[in-house]
Design a protein around this ligand. Structure first.
Ligand SMILES: Cc1cc2nc3c(=O)[nH]c(=O)nc-3n(C[C@H](O)[C@H](O)[C@H](O)COP(=O)(O)OP(=O)(O)OC[C@H]3O[C@@H](n4cnc5c(N)ncnc54)[C@H](O)[C@@H]3O)c2cc1C
Length: 461
């Protein structure tokens, strides 16, 4: 009997789940249903400043966690991958400051290097220097901000860890679970001192040579578009522009928008997953409905290059810590970061990607002109220029970043356990659950596909 699996959501998680399912269940019927008119979800690239694929959302994936880079290799994209030309960034605290060397996601691993930084004051540095002698801090509070402030003091939190982690996940680290930043969680769980633990970890396993980030030269959407092409070529159906509104029981299986499936993978954000599972598992639906998501806006601008300060060419951009923030949280000097993003318009120039908004500062409903004016005036003040873009593009990402509140890992375990009992054959995965970055989404997709294959092979047979 031919089994049928429906994957809801055509972001990186849903597409990768379908790709793995095709490998594990070569005879099954596999369908992906995507609400949007294109696949990719938070991955989207489009033409800008005469270039083909300038990213509107994610612009890279971590390569030191192997899942995304391995997927790219399987899809034949290795030769197309490139990495940032420059790595180091600034923090804007009344002026541009270099980020001190020797940090691990903002956590200091070297007090001498920290002492050389002018981003922290001497009292801030001295407070950080106490960390190695403090008694252990438990991870029970499950708050990145609380842990870091307790260990290193206010300045390391406010000027380093919160801007770094906060800009990656649009998060307020005081309300962000350690399970969202597993490197810090592992350090805090296994060591009394985070600083000594991080140093020891680096000595034992020095970072592998080679770039930390990768991205296809033609933009991140090349990854999701190539996945979609490969899926279609292997007989997987992908329906776009179709929102899944209902899932109902049907014998040992399920009806997804009225069509039968033996198993269903919901690779959709928690908030949109909640109403789908609520009729099947009310507790799960209620838990998912409480997940928070942060919206962000990305303004991409092209500027004439003649006035752009030469110093900035060696930097990937800068972060704005919360006490210094109005609307702008970070700016990527995108055409310095990516050597192939040089505008081909006659006037040449530079491209910046300006991020606005975060958890607790949702700007996605603000009118275009207010967003653009705020971005140009704030960034202009930061870089000391009157910004006159030759081109701009505004991308709104409402509810884009799931916010892992303290207790997140336990909640996710509860969801998985309840679903297995209340709705066997329904699986959830994606950025809302076990990691927000693209490699973590790919890893979750790999596991979900294995879970579905096992369910079909063992439970249903
Ligand atoms: C601006 C921005 C920058 C980022 N930068 C990076 C980065 O540089 N590196 C990195 O690793 N990560 C980055 N991220 C995070 C990363 O891109 C996302 O976490 C990841 O792409 C999420 O993938 P996903 O498939 O889990 O979810 P999504 O991409 O959200 O996909 C879910 C899909 O489900 C669809 N859907 C929802 N409900 C339904 C329904 N009822 N029926 C059918 N379809 C439905 C949606 O339309 C969507 O396409 C960034 C995110 C943003 C927003």
């Amino acid at each position: 009997m031919t089994r049928r699996v429906v994957v809801v959501g055509g972001g990186i998680t849903g597409l990768t789940t379908a790709y793995r399912l095709r490998q594990l269940l070569p005879d099954a019927e596999i369908a992906v249903i995507e609400a949007d008119h294109q696949v990719g979800g938070k991955i989207s690239s489009s033409p800008f400043a005469g270039l083909d694929g300038i990213d509107e959302g994610a612009d890279a994936f971590l390569t030191r966690i192997p899942f995304a880079v391995n997927l790219a290799a399987e899809l034949g994209l290795t030769a197309q991958l490139t990495s940032p030309a420059v790595g180091s960034a600034y923090v804007w605290w009344n002026e541009m400051h270099n980020i001190p060397e020797g940090l691990m996601l903002g956590v200091p691993t070297d007090l001498v290097k920290l002492a050389k930084s002018d981003l922290l004051t001497w009292p801030g540095k001295l407070r950080a220097a106490l960390e190695p002698i403090l008694p252990a801090t438990g991870v029970g509070a499950d708050s990145v901000g609380r842990l870091i402030r307790h260990r290193f003091g206010k300045q390391v939190h406010e000027r380093l860890v919160d801007p770094l982690v906060g800009s990656i996940y649009a998060a307020d680290t005081d309300r962000f679970s350690l399970s969202g930043v597993t490197q810090i969680l592992d350090l805090a769980s296994n060591n009394r001192s985070l600083l000594i633990g991080a140093r020891r970890a680096r000595r034992k396993a020095p970072p592998a040579a080679g770039p930390i980030f990768g991205s296809p030269r033609t933009g991140m959407a090349t990854l999701t578009n190539t996945l979609a092409q490969s899926l279609r070529a292997s007989g997987v159906t992908i329906t776009t522009g179709c929102r899944v509104e209902s899932i109902d029981r049907s014998g040992a299986g399920w009806l997804v928008n009225g069509e039968f499936a033996d198993a269903v993978v919901l690779a959709t954000p928690a908030k949109t997953t909640a109403p789908l599972v609520a009729p099947l598992s009310p507790d799960t639906g209620a838990t998912l409905a409480k997940f928070d998501h942060a919206g962000v806006v990305m303004l991409t601008i092209a500027l004439p290059g003649d006035t752009w300060p030469a110093d900035y060419a060696a930097r990937s951009g800068y972060l704005v810590p919360k006490p210094m923030q109005k609307w702008v949280t970070a700016t990527s000097f995108a055409s310095s970061k990516w050597a192939h993003w040089q505008p081909t318009t006659p006037e040449g120039g530079v491209i910046l990607r300006i991020s606005l908004g975060r958890d607790g500062l949702d700007l996605t409903d603000q009118p275009d002109d207010k967003l653009i004016d705020a971005a140009l005036s704030e960034v202009g003040a930061h870089v000391g220029l009157d910004l006159q873009p030759t081109e701009h593009r505004l991308t709104r990402w409402p509810a884009a970043f799931p916010q892992y509140r303290p207790g997140h890992a336990k909640r996710v375990l509860g969801i998985e356990t309840a679903l297995a009992t209340d709705a066997p054959g329904i699986f959830v995965c994606g950025a809302s659950y076990k990691g927000i970055g693209i490699p973590a989404c790919v890893q979750q997709a790999n596991s979900s596909a294995q879970g579905v294959a096992k369910y079909i092979g063992v439970v249903l047979s």
